[in-house]
Design a protein around this ligand. Structure first.
Ligand SMILES: Cc1cc2nc3c(=O)[nH]c(=O)nc-3n(C[C@H](O)[C@H](O)[C@H](O)COP(=O)(O)O)c2cc1C
Length: 239
């Protein structure tokens, strides 16, 4: 039904949404005209699995296969106790039915926010696929053993980098960081770099997961999985 309605609107207004890749290069297009019409796919309730993680896996693998830049990059939004909100990119490093894991500095600004308010949001911006996934839930620290296991899998330079940076703190010059990096390379020259106590993972345990697929004429498909005491409820949201 939605598909048919979209087709009709499409026929009436074939030029309603000029495509970015249509006539002019994006650099010459007025900002107000920059938009694209979405047509790559559709989401239908009958095609959705009961489990959002099954569906996430399918979409994540499609994003990976599509060769988009950093398909595991996600926007993490946090809010402190006063409601001040901040977003930044982090990398998804693991996921399963418990949640979505990223690693960071436990003294960073995001960690301060999470300590004050564990409610966070994650957003995967898979624009090339005309998709986004939005996850809301509580962030909790993963076990030290899990953090150590991942830390030890990182390249030598990245492990040193975790020691170098007091993430989110002000520093006067990059040179101080580089000096510290070289000192630590000497200190850990045997290659055994332990995990700093202040570094580790968070798991975002979701209460809602929304799958968004762009549709023609701004009639997008949005389905939100909502956690219930017995499983997951699926609702369609208006675009
Ligand atoms: C693509 C991309 C991936 C990133 N991945 C991480 C990450 O996994 N962990 C992390 O702590 N910072 C990551 N960063 C840096 C963060 O965006 C951010 O600058 C940093 O974590 C400090 O954030 P905060 O001051 O709000 O705590 C990434 C940045 C980009 C652009």
């Amino acid at each position: 039904m939605i598909q048919k309605m979209s087709d009709q609107i499409q026929k009436k207004n074939p030029n309603e949404s000029p495509s970015l890749d249509a006539d002019k290069p994006a650099s010459e297009m007025p900002l107000s005209e920059m938009r694209r019409d979405y047509h790559r796919g559709a989401l239908r309730r009958e095609n959705l699995p009961n489990c959002p993680f099954t569906f996430f896996r399918q979409w994540f693998e499609e994003a990976r296969s599509a060769n988009i830049a950093e398909p595991n990059a996600m926007i993490l939004s946090t809010a402190d106790a006063s409601g001040f909100v901040l977003s930044r990119a982090v990398l998804l490093k693991a996921y399963d039915e418990r949640g979505f894991v990223f690693f960071t500095n436990y003294h960073s600004r995001k960690a301060e926010h999470i300590a004050q308010n564990p409610n966070v949001s994650l957003l995967f911006p898979w624009f090339d696929l005309e998709r986004q996934v939005i996850i809301c839930g509580k962030a909790e620290k993963i076990s030290t053993a899990e953090s150590i296991a991942y830390f030890m899998s990182r390249p030598f330079g990245s492990r040193i980098g975790a020691w170098v940076s007091q993430q989110s703190k002000v520093i006067s010059t990059r040179a101080l960081l580089e000096t510290k990096f070289h000192e630590l390379v000497q200190k850990f020259a045997n290659g055994e770099v332990p995990k700093p106590d202040w570094w580790g993972g968070y798991r975002v345990c979701p209460t809602t997961i929304e799958f968004w697929q762009g549709g023609p004429n701004r009639i997008h498909d949005r389905f939100e999985y909502r956690k219930t005491p017995t499983g997951w409820e699926i609702v369609r949201l208006q675009p």
